[in-house]
Ligand binder design. Structure first.
Ligand code: ADP
Ligand code: MG
Length: 693
């Protein structure tokens, strides 16, 4: 493969635009993209024509406005390029069809903010994310808005949050004499996933309907040997990864790193970072391509946050930073951060933002599936805190507590092998237990779920940091000596928000009570985490930064709770179906056959003991009764949930239905360990986790 040639072959990227567009059109389009200027409608026709010709040369017959409704997924409706011309057709894409589309919006979630009969929704081209051809269709990235301009998707608010941050960050930079056209936020999302055999997958209703195993006794071997992480790739996996990379590269996705993860059958792909909205689009495309490529290899790619109990689940570390159009990274501490007032100010803004808006940040990563990770000993805890590492931790300590700070703590480290070079010690060591860690020149927000659209977390981050910047800029713009005033402000803010900094083990038992003493939030599930979004302060910050209207903010919180409730409901119903129709009858059959065996044995040897059969029968009978009773309780509790009231329904799901489900699972999993595998209706964890060769 000629990689540089293959890279981006399916993308209408800058080079293709330059090659195919008339010069003035190209320049106008670049100005739109780079400076965020309004697109001149008169050039849309020329861009559309060139885009269509290029797409047709790549085999496209259709185009689609590709958008990200509040389902968290992507949506597309395909139109062909054909237009009648006498008894023939011509291929055409008009400027208008490039810029706006009108899908029927009535069947997408809107949180009750828009009556269904007013279902007019529009998609509008986002020229900052490049179009591409996939499977014979030209994909045009768009935002999705209602007739009245209300956003109905994740991308609209994301772009607004980037605009808000750009505006306020430029004010901060100007104070320090740094001029630039634009400040963009950048994101590199590290994608974790599981690969299992398709044949086994198709035998599990739970995986197919809910994305995770609702039952399943652990395999006798999990991840305790710590031998899967970075382990040698199995042939089938390695072939999948090669195929995946090749496909990702063809779409211009900067797939960089691939490796085995901690749990058996778990893997990771990390791309090189890009501008946030492009990172979001390419991550959505990456997840889709992972699933498709897996299928070609007889595999299924599971993106659920917790497909298997007892081993690690999957997340998506969101590496986040801000940089100017000339590539100056606002989170780069430089060699002497202690003298770098601008850096310290930016750092203080992020720390303040994260402390002031812990609630919305926590809510931005909350989902039914991610609830299985956060707070369990594998992902960061449900408490938001900031990790700074040794060097910056000491710097902040010196500012807040007046402790001495020695510059250049990141000295050279030798490894005691003379042939091997000395390397500079990283300024930050890794602390995998922190939800929000400074890693050199960026923050890594580690609470995101593997299947999440990363827009939600980034909308929140961009907005709250923009707000902190705004407050700082308001205060400093009038100052006679900006540097001096900034140093005073930095010290004051770091003191005020010192409680959010935690450099120790976030998994340790001391952290929860300590966090409580510090007054930090600890919301353990979605039903409890999302309601903070209705608080005045948390609505206002989004409204003030122009990211959500009040109605949009409330509608989005509603949708999160509604979605949570629906998912738990589906899981509960699936469990009931599996237990009542498959597991309980299978165990009963096994018991019946054991009884038959006793009778047969007794017929031959009158006084034979049959202890094994009798013990098994007794144990399994009482477990099956317990499982049946657990089904009954779950069913009754489910019937009592008031599904029309999302507040009380989500609470009931979290605090009544989930414990019921855990109870049912306990009995079923125990029966699995006692029932002959010939009778058990589903592939075991061993079959699921170890059948790929
Ligand atoms: P680490 O080893 O600390 O995880 P890596 O260099 O492996 O850091 O990067 C992890 C991810 O962070 C990659 O996706 C990378 O592209 C991304 N990343 C690096 N720099 C930035 C940045 N300035 N903004 C956003 N993401 C970044
Ligand atoms: Mg990392």
């Amino acid at each position: 493969m000629n990689l540089p040639e293959k890279f981006g072959e399916n993308v209408f990227n800058d080079s293709v635009q330059k090659e195919t567009l008339p010069k003035e059109v190209y320049q106008a389009l670049r100005a739109t993209i780079e400076a965020g200027k309004q697109l001149d409608v008169s050039i849309a026709g020329a861009v559309a024509a060139a885009m269509k010709d290029w797409a047709v040369s790549k085999g496209a017959t259709h185009y689609t406005h590709w958008f990200q409704p509040l389902t968290g997924l992507t949506a597309e409706k395909h139109d062909s390029f054909i237009e009648p011309d006498g008894d023939k057709v011509i291929m055409r894409l008009t400027g208008k069809s490039l810029i706006v589309g009108e899908p029927d919006a009535s069947s997408f979630p809107s949180g009750g903010s828009r009556a269904t009969y007013m279902a007019r929704g529009y998609t509008a081209w986002d020229p900052t994310s490049p179009a591409f051809v996939k499977e014979g269709t030209l994909y045009i990235p768009t935002i999705f808005v209602s007739y009245t301009g209300e956003t109905l998707d994740k991308k609209g608010p994301l772009l607004r949050s980037m605009t808000a941050l750009d505006k306020q960050a430029k004010r901060i930079l100007r104070l320090f004499g740094v001029e630039c056209k634009k400040v963009s936020t950048t994101v590199g999302p590290e994608q974790e996933y599981f690969l299992i055999s398709e044949e086994e997958y198709l035998k599990r209703k739970d995986l197919q309907l809910t994305g995770r195993t609702l039952f399943g006794a652990p395999a006798t071997r999990g991840q305790e040997l710590e031998d899967h992480y970075f382990g040698v790739l199995k042939t089938q996996i390695s072939e999948f990864m090669r195929d995946l990379d090749s496909e990702l590269w063809s779409y211009g996705i900067l797939s960089k790193t691939k490796h085995n993860e901690v749990a058996p059958a778990q893997h990771e792909m990390a791309p090189v970072f890009s501008t946030t909205n492009v990172a979001v689009d390419t991550n959505m495309l990456t997840m889709e391509i992972m699933k498709k490529v897996a299928k070609r290899h007889g595999l299924v790619c599971l993106l659920h946050e917790k497909p298997f109990e007892g081993i690690n689940g999957s997340g998506k570390h969101n590496n986040w930073s801000m940089s100017t159009d000339s590539g100056f990274n606002l989170l780069d501490p430089g060699d002497a951060p202690e003298d770098n007032t601008l850096f310290k100010l930016v750092l203080a803004a992020v720390i303040k933002a994260v402390d002031d808006y812990q609630g919305p940040l926590r809510a931005s990563v909350a989902s039914a599936a991610n609830d299985h990770r956060l707070g369990a000993n594998e992902a960061p805890p449900a408490i938001i805190s900031v990790y700074l590492g040794d060097q910056l931790g000491a710097l902040v300590d010196s500012i807040v507590n007046g402790k001495e700070y020695k510059s250049g703590m990141a000295e050279k480290a030798g490894i005691g092998v003379p042939e091997s070079p000395i390397f500079p010690k990283d300024a930050t060591d890794r602390n995998r237990t922190s939800p929000f860690a400074f890693t050199g020149n960026k923050f890594e927000f580690r609470m995101l779920g593997s299947q999440a659209n990363v827009s939600d977390a980034n909308i929140c981050l961009n907005t709250i940091v923009a707000d902190a910047f705004e407050q700082f800029a308001d205060e400093l713009e009038g100052a006679k000596d900006v540097k001096k005033a900034a140093e005073t402000l930095i010290a004051r803010e770091l003191k005020a928000h010192y409680r959010i900094i935690f450099n120790l083990d976030g998994y340790g038992p001391e952290w929860e009570p300590e966090a409580e003493r510090r007054g930090l939030l600890n919301k353990k599930n979605t039903a409890d985490a999302v309601p903070v979004l209705y608080e005045e302060k948390n609505i206002n910050v989004f409204v003030h930064q122009g990211v959500f209207t009040r109605e949009e903010a409330i509608a989005r919180a509603d949708i999160r709770l509604e979605n949570y409730t629906k998912i738990i409901n589906i899981e509960a119903l699936t469990m009931l179906e599996m237990a009542k129709r498959d597991v309980i009858p299978a165990v009963s059959d096994f018991i019946g056959d054991l009884c038959g065996n006793i009778a047969a044995k007794k017929a031959v040897f009158e006084h034979i003991a049959c202890e094994t059969e009798k013990t098994l029968i007794k144990q399994l009978s009482s477990l099956n009764d317990a499982a049946f009773a657990a089904c009954d309780k779950l069913e009754q509790d489910l019937a009592r949930v008031d599904k029309d009231n999302i507040g009380s329904a989500s609470q009931a799901m979290a605090h009544v239905i989930i414990p019921d489900m855990e109870n049912l699972r306990k009995w079923v999993d125990e029966m699995e360990t006692l029932t002959s595998s010939d009778y058990w209706p589903y592939p075991s964890y061993f079959d699921l986790l170890y059948s790929v060769k």
